[in-house]
Design a protein around this ligand. Structure first.
Ligand SMILES: CC(C)(COP(=O)(O)OP(=O)(O)OC[C@H]1O[C@@H](n2cnc3c(N)ncnc32)[C@H](O)[C@@H]1OP(=O)(O)O)[C@@H](O)C(=O)NCCC(=O)NCCS
Length: 155
């Protein structure tokens, strides 16, 4: 269960992506995560990058603390390395240490969103937006990062 709740928009954000499922030894679904493609824009010039954006990471309460999320994130990292310029996500308090241990870093620079009303600051998400670097793009984590538009939480 997501402490902050899980909205219809949150559900929509994972649709159409690549879904990773974790199963228990007896075949029960105990974990889910997905990668959707987005275009995030880097720097003041807002250079678009092809990003694997992580959504819907959740593990059955009875199966937590056993490395289920960590093993899904290891798989995600491998996919991002092979298919995207970099990975990104907006972490919950519970999720942040799991990603950090798997090599993800908090974006330090200003956060923005490209909205129907123009570019707006999304400072409330600072500290929660994380990225996973690949060899294909050198990133400056102190510069601006701008999200493409979507209904619901932009990050
Ligand atoms: C966040 C969440 C996905 C983590 O799932 P999880 O499977 O319990 O995560 P892991 O087991 O990989 O790691 C959690 C802890 O178990 C520990 N752990 C135990 N056995 C482990 C193993 N074999 N391998 C790796 N870690 C292990 C980790 O060290 C970690 O310790 P910590 O909490 O002190 O940092 C889960 O708590 C959840 O579903 N929360 C609600 C939804 C949510 O917030 N999702 C995140 C969205 S960004």
């Amino acid at each position: 269960m997501f402490v902050e709740g899980f909205t219809d928009a949150d559900w929509d954000h994972g649709l159409g992506g690549l879904h990773l499922m974790a199963e228990s030894d007896d075949g029960r679904l105990i974990g889910h995560s997905c990668i959707v493609q987005r275009h995030l824009m880097v720097g003041p010039q807002r250079t678009p990058k092809r990003v694997g954006y992580i959504e819907g990471v959740a593990v059955d309460t009875a199966a937590r603390g056993q490395g289920v999320a960590s093993s899904m994130v290891a798989e995600i990292n491998d996919i991002i390395t092979r298919a995207y310029d970099f990975g990104a996500l907006c972490a919950t308090e519970q999720g942040l240490p799991v990603y950090r241990r798997a090599g993800w870093q908090v974006w330090r620079g200003p956060l923005w969103a490209s909205t129907p009303d123009g570019i707006v600051a999304t400072e409330e998400d600072r500290g929660a937006v994380m990225i996973y670097e690949t060899d294909s793009v050198a990133l400056d984590l102190d510069t601006d990062l701008t999200a493409d538009w979507r209904v619901g939480d932009v990050w």
